[in-house]
Write a new protein. Structure first.
Length: 341
């Protein structure tokens, strides 16, 4: 009787094993297709994040379906539905609206399709839907870095020319900068202007600020295209670096060159290319069951860049925007669990 019980147990095990394997079955890399839903392909930031996601996918022989939504909510929803209909193996979604990522997460529930959300600045986590992972830059930390640089390198107060008052990266950078400056007690925020991410508006704001009677030393400009216009205004007035210094954000080639030649005193390197590469690695790790980032916010590496950093630049400091072999090293350094994925 005992021998019969053992035999029955073995038969049950043999019957169960194929079921488990079928449930955990993952397609081979060559059969996988990932989708990247993007606001548009009309800006360098979007192009580079998509290109480096594709670059990482190419390393594994995985196909990428790029789906621009052209800033149209209905088209974005249609792109999510297309991913479900086509049965893609994973979705990376950069939404241009606050509700897009949460909507995608709800639509993908129960489909077995993992969703990675870049650049939601944590807002997607507040919408009640489960997200496989959120990939962001630490904008508030950037604000702290600017305040600390000013405390170490300047004695005067500062003004901000921001991108847009409603844009979450701007909100967090400005908040971090002002709060950290107050803690350090060396520089004070005197004024903040909204330039709507438009160089001409940034130039007009700078002209107004330097002619407005305020005594300040540093102008923080949210983005390098706008900073270039501000630098032009200050140069024309003969006041660039005497007394007004300009610091900015992004770390793209034009910004690095301006730091190198002294037009900008500092920028922060935040590479959309590296972000795209990390997004793929996380999505692939999730799809293959090697990592679990459910409802976690993961931060992309950033680095302060000053003039000294532009001489024989270290790609771990001056992080390239375009697809680059250093992305693999940076990804594995900051996310050891992704090594070999």
């Amino acid at each position: 009787m005992k021998r019969l019980s053992v035999l029955l147990a073995l038969l049950l095990c043999l019957t169960f094993v194929p079921t488990v394997l079928a449930e955990s079955n993952v397609p081979e890399d060559k059969d996988m297709v990932f989708a990247f839903i993007i606001p548009s392909l009309d800006a360098n930031w979007y192009i580079e994040i998509c290109d480096s996601f594709t670059y990482a996918a190419e390393e594994r022989g995985i196909k990428t379906l790029i789906l621009p939504s052209d800033y149209d909510v209905d088209k974005e929803v249609a792109n999510i539905d297309l991913c479900i209909t086509e049965g893609v193996d994973g979705v990376c979604m950069f939404s241009f609206n606050e509700n897009g990522a949460a909507l995608a997460a709800k639509k993908l529930e129960g489909t077995g399709i993992p969703l990675v959300v870049p650049d939601s600045v944590g807002q997607a986590l507040n919408k009640g839907a489960d997200l496989a992972a959120c990939v962001d830059f630490d904008w508030e930390k950037m604000g702290h870095m600017y305040a600390e640089w000013m405390a170490e390198n300047t004695t005067g107060d500062f003004v901000i020319i921001t991108g847009n008052f409603e844009h979450y990266p701007c909100i967090y950078v400005n908040k971090g900068m002002e709060e950290r400056a107050k803690e350090l007690g060396k520089n004070k925020l005197l004024d903040i202007r909204d330039a709507d991410y438009t160089p001409d508006k940034a130039a007009a704001a700078a002209e107004d600020l330097i002619n407005g009677g305020l005594e300040f030393e540093t102008i923080f400009v949210m983005q390098e295209e706008m900073a270039s216009a501000v630098v032009r205004v200050l140069k024309n007035a003969g006041v660039l670096n005497n007394p007004y210094k300009v610091i900015t954000q992004n770390g793209q080639d034009m910004g690095i060159e301006m730091v190198k030649n002294g037009d900008l005193q500092m920028t922060i390197s935040s590479s959309p290319g590296l972000e795209g590469y990390i997004c793929f690695k996380m999505l692939y790790g999730l799809r293959t069951g090697k990592v679990n980032y459910l409802n976690e916010q993961k931060m992309v590496p950033i680095a302060q860049v000053t003039q000294a950093d532009t001489v024989n630049p270290d790609p771990k400091v001056v992080i390239p925007w375009h697809r680059n072999e250093i992305f693999k090293d940076l990804c594995e350094e900051f996310f050891p669990e992704l090594k070999g994925i």
